[in-house]
Design a protein. Sequence first.
Length: 170
Amino acid sequence: MTSHLLGRALVEEATKKSGLIWVRGAGHTRALWHVWHEGAAYIVGDGPGEQPLPGLVDGGDAEVTVRSKDKGGRLVAWSARVSELAPHSEAWEAAVGELKGKRLNAPDAERMAERWARECRVLRLEPRDAVTDLPDGSLAAAPLPTAATTRRAAPAALPRLLLKRRGRRG
């Protein structure tokens, strides 16, 4: 009984403090932002501009791996029961109230809840009774294809500009 309570406490504290959780459902693994609320992790996605939730289905199972917020290493893994919340239900409203505060850079912050009700899914990942063994291997995956980029070729004039500045200071 004591180890069960310690396991639940570890899952709750680690998941609350971590900004991302790794969720595996039906062969797909994703890093997902979430919020811990009323004994479960809640996630929103599968809509335009939101995180994809492949392999996570209502009534299905998922494996969750929680990382340390400060060091990034794996802390705990737990199995979860997945349930999809009906838009505008009491549970959905409570979860969305918490999720809205964690959603960064939303293009439509004032209408976000309506958009989520129309176009997205809100899922509850409720821990099952047992803490599982941490997965083996790195869990690294190739990045998804995207049009976003952070690196471009340096402009041709940049080396000259940098050398000019150095010459003035010297």
